[in-house]
Design a binder for this molecule. Structure first.
Ligand code: NAD
Length: 474
């Protein structure tokens, strides 16, 4: 039985405000699949407004599991994370309005006796399972398009970083989102996440996290033929050709791997450099790396904070020690910085003399560790770059733009950066190939993740269909 929910207006800036399009979308109780009320596709606008206001309130250390310097996670100039969160809600509110306008657009079909159009409908109740890095932003990449599509959502943030996601609950209440539209469940993966994948009333799972967990979720969801979209790990390459400006290339190389301590799925953590410039380039790169300020993220000028946890700290140091024991050479870094006696600090590390069978070349570290190999031809560079089970990001640095475009086609990755590494825009699709997953977040593709496409075809001719002989004429 439907639970009565008052039909409200939007609550923006303390006022109940009539939405522009005055359209309503069903709210589904995740336990019963019953429609329990309606909400409006303009909710993401209200989220965006409120989140922007909350940026200042949230500018405190618990927002910051990546150890990012303040400018990176506060709003304001140079601030990426919270601006991106609010911007993402605004972006999907716009797309939702555009979606309403596109409903029932006629299709061109080759028979005059029929007309056909498409409805894009909310996929239903969606389970959103997210990781600990950029916890609020990763949740927003799913929550904003899911609400914009008209879905009811259950967000399961990482047990390592749930606090900012829980703050979304207050935002829901402030903007008057009816109960049940966005639910936030915290807890361990197997206890709080796994039941979502297997639950018959959850219609889709959108997951961001490790490839190992993604594979378990896919297997569980397969039992009910439940759709999944997976944003998984990476071991992304950065290819440096012989014609580059060495300093510019060195800075992008350092940024591509170390700007969030390597704790980003798309970190370009395999450096592939032309052999003719390798010695000079690595020399410069070591100087750039040694110049990175490592400190408490709240300290002025910090460019590298601690890794997220004691467990991650041990894991990263183990990767480095395995690389050494397999015969690799540490060109710089490799240990705790001497001036940081406490905290999970690891120096940005560059590792050479690497073979393609070594663990450091093959496995995602998710820490500040870059390994390097050289190449002699474009074909060899492509082969090395694609020598991975992953396929999330890839970067190419060269003054020869035709060559860059050739590589953009040849690299097996969902995202290719030319003459840079890591920029990410809400408007552009984000996601991987191979074991980095499938499906795309952000942009219009992010909204499609939560929509189901329904074809409606109508017979419009006056004459009977005429396939069978009419009994009245017998
Ligand atoms: P993780 O796989 O350990 O956990 C991710 C989420 O899954 C958490 O909420 C966790 O509780 C949950 N979970 C764990 N076991 C589960 C199970 N059996 N069933 C359902 N849910 C379960 O990943 P993490 O350590 O939080 O995040 C780091 C990983 O995420 C890295 O591999 C990184 O590359 C990846 N990542 C990918 C992207 C991307 O866009 N491709 C973005 C960020 C992070």
């Amino acid at each position: 039985m439907a639970i009565p929910i008052p039909s409200r207006q939007l609550f923006i800036d303390g006022q109940w405000t009539e939405p522009i399009l005055k359209k309503r979308i069903p709210i589904i109780n995740p336990s019963t699949e019953e429609i329990i009320g309606v909400c409006r596709s303009s909710y993401p606008f209200a989220f965006a407004r409120l989140l922007l206001q909350l940026c200042l309130v949230w500018a405190c250390a618990w927002l910051n599991p990546l150890g990012l310097p303040p400018g990176r996670w506060q709003g304001g100039v140079g601030g990426f994370v919270l601006d991106d969160v609010a911007g993402c809600f605004e972006y999907y509110a716009d797309l939702a309005e555009g979606l309403d306008a596109k409903q029932k657009a006629p299709l061109s079909i080759p028979m005059d006796s029929f007309k056909s159009y498409v409805l894009k409908e909310p996929i239903g109740v969606v389970g959103l399972i997210t990781p600990w890095n950029y916890p609020l932003l990763m949740a927003t990449w799913k929550v904003a398009p899911a609400l914009a599509a008209g879905c009811a959502a259950i967000l399961k943030p990482s047990e390592l970083a749930s606090i900012t996601c829980l703050e979304l609950a207050d935002v829901c209440r402030e903007v008057g989102l009816p109960p049940g539209v966005l639910n936030i469940l915290t807890g361990l993966g197997p206890e709080a996440g796994a039941p979502l994948a297997i639950h018959p009333h959850v219609d889709k799972i959108a997951f961001t996290g490790s490839t190992a967990t993604g594979s378990k979720i896919m297997a569980a969801a397969a039992q009910l033929v439940k759709p999944v979209s997976l944003e998984l790990g990476g071991k992304s390459p950065i290819v440096i050709f012989e014609d580059v400006d060495l300093d510019k290339a060195a800075e992008w190389t350092a940024f591509g791997c170390f700007w969030t301590n390597g704790q980003i799925c798309s970190a370009t953590s395999r450096l592939i450099v032309h052999e003719s410039i390798a010695a000079e380039f690595l020399d410069k790169l070591v100087k750039w790396i040694k110049n990175i300020k490592i400190s408490d993220p709240l300290e002025e000028g910090c460019r590298l904070g601690p890794v997220v946890s004691g467990g991650q700290y041990e894991k990263v140091l183990n990767f480095i020690s395995t690389a050494k024991s397999e015969g690799a050479t540490i060109l710089t870094g490799g240990a705790r910085p001497e001036h940081q006696k406490k905290g999970f600090f690891i120096e940005p590390t560059l590792i050479a003399d690497v073979t393609t069978s070594m663990q450091i070349w093959r496995e995602e570290v998710f820490g500040p560790v870059l390994c390097v190999k050289t190449f002699s031809s474009e074909d060899e560079a492509i082969e090395l770059a694609n020598d991975t089970h992953y396929g999330l990001g890839a970067a190419v640095i060269s003054k020869d733009l035709e060559r860059c475009e050739r590589l953009a086609k040849a690299l097996q990755a969902g995202i290719v950066w030319i003459n840079c590494s890591q920029p990410c825009f809400t408007q552009a699709p984000w996601g991987g190939t191979k074991r980095s997953g499938f499906g795309r977040e952000l942009g219009e593709w992010g909204l499609d993740n939560y929509l189901s496409v329904k074809q409606v075809t109508q017979y419009i001719a006056d004459e009977p269909w005429g396939w069978y002989k009419s009994p009245s004429k017998l």
